[in-house]
Ligand binder design. Structure first.
Ligand code: NAD
Ligand code: DAU
Length: 348
């Protein structure tokens, strides 16, 4: 089995690559990544010498380069995670999201179709997507696999478009595919533009914690290693043509989550109770901010026996420990371009 994983130098991708490299020594794992600001080979230092691991630097926007990679490695399976992934960046630069998430996915589908052509037996295109394609929930209800798509941000619209393309290639060209739509991930190696690592970084440095709007937006949080476990299961046991929702059964209003984070950080840093919470600062809301996401992960639980293995308090505590023990990683990713991004995003 040769498996091509795209975006394997990013946050979730690096956990997926590690799991597959360690768990399947007989597979050849090819990690294809353009190494954008979010891609970091430091995430994979512990496995980069493994004999079954190969890295290819390539951009999914480059159809010619992709064709070459597919002809060289002739993968049996693709797990596609490469994407522009941050909602705030999609608001300031939607085109980057359309190019990578829509056109890049189309390029990958074309490349897979070209090499698999008449022999799709045993082949699989796994597209990793997001719960944001379903739009925003009110106070009640859960996203099901059957919930109609209603994306609200340039990011979620680009992911919805890529999901549609994958299904269209399945329907039209019989490309074997599976799609998963997952809720918010957290854990080690997440780039500090996303809520949890950004706030850990700011608490560590005594900087304000910019809470958007009234702070009562709700997300369903899942530890990244549990997402990687789900991807392993769906890749091997999911049914062709199916969609599986993945979530943590773990909804938090942002402000409640931030208070928990502040409490755990005060304990770990030996600061007095309430110290970090004083950094909370309400700021201008994200335009078009989705109010609530919550996943019904019943299907993957019933059909494939998956459920999260880590409680939120444990996962969060492990995540904080990782960031506090890996200041070098944080200082590398927050130097240079990060400073410009931060100033523009959080300017008054
Ligand atoms: P990330 O931003 O941390 O990593 C993205 C990776 O893709 C990086 O390594 C980057 O270098 C690479 N990449 C970006 N553009 C590329 C291009 N043009 N060509 C090749 N590589 C490119 O993202 P993440 O948070 O790990 O998310 C991974 C996937 O999971 C995405 O498809 C995202 O939509 C999806 N997802 C994320 C979450 C979440 O909470 N983070 C939840 C559900 C689904
Ligand atoms: O639901 C899955 C999605 O979760 C993934 O598809 C995306 O790739 C991922 O980025 C994430 O999107 P969110 O927009 O939900 O995540 P983010 O960490 O950016 O924000 C989480 C919540 O926190 C959201 O309500 C916005 C709020 N927030 C975020 C930041 C960065 C703040 O209040 N302040 C901030 O500075």
């Amino acid at each position: 089995m040769t498996l091509l994983i795209t975006g394997g130098a990013g946050f979730i991708g690096s956990h997926v690559v590690r799991l597959f490299v360690q768990r399947y020594p007989d597979y050849k794992i090819v990690n294809l990544d353009a190494l954008t600001y979010a891609g970091n080979l430091e995430n994979l230092r512990d496995i980069e010498q493994a004999p079954n691991y190969h890295f290819v630097r390539a951009d999914i926007r480059d159809a010619v380069a992709l064709k070459q990679v597919f002809e060289t490695h002739r993968p049996d399976g693709v797990i596609h995670l490469a994407a522009e992934s941050h909602v705030d960046r999609s608001i300031s630069d939607p085109n980057a999201f359309i190019q990578t998430n829509v056109m890049g996915t189309a390029n990958l589908l074309n490349a897979a179709r070209a090499v698999w052509n008449h022999d799709v037996n045993g082949k699989r295109f796994y597209h990793v997507s997001t719960d944001e394609v379903y739009g925003s929930l009110g106070d009640s209800g859960l996203f099901m696999e059957t919930t109609p798509y209603d994306p609200q941000s340039p990011y979620s619209a680009s992911k919805a478009a890529s999901d549609h393309l994958v299904r269209a290639f399945g329907n039209t060209y019989h490309l074997p595919f599976v799609i998963t739509n997952c809720s918010n991930n957290y854990g080690p190696n997440q780039f500090p533009e996303k809520l949890i690592p950004l706030f850990i970084h700011n608490i560590r440095n005594g900087k304000p914690l910019p809470v958007y709007g009234d702070g009562k937006y709700t997300r369903d949080w899942l530890f990244v290693v549990d997402h990687a476990r789900a991807i392993d299961l769906v890749f091997h046991q999911g049914k062709n043509g199916e969609t599986y929702n993945i979530g943590g059964f773990n909804e938090w209003q942002n402000i409640e989550l931030i208070r928990l984070l502040c409490t755990q950080m005060d304990e770990k840093l030996g600061r007095g109770a309430g110290t970090s919470a004083q950094l909370i600062s309400y700021v201008r809301d994200r335009p078009g901010h989705d109010r609530r996401y919550a996943i019904d992960a019943g299907k993957i639980h019933r059909e494939l026996g998956w459920s999260p293995s880590v409680t939120f308090e444990e996962g969060l505590s492990q995540t904080l420990d990782w960031y506090l023990a890996n200041e070098e990683w944080l200082s590398h990713v927050t130097s240079g371009a990060y400073q410009d991004y931060y100033e523009k995003q959080y300017a008054g």
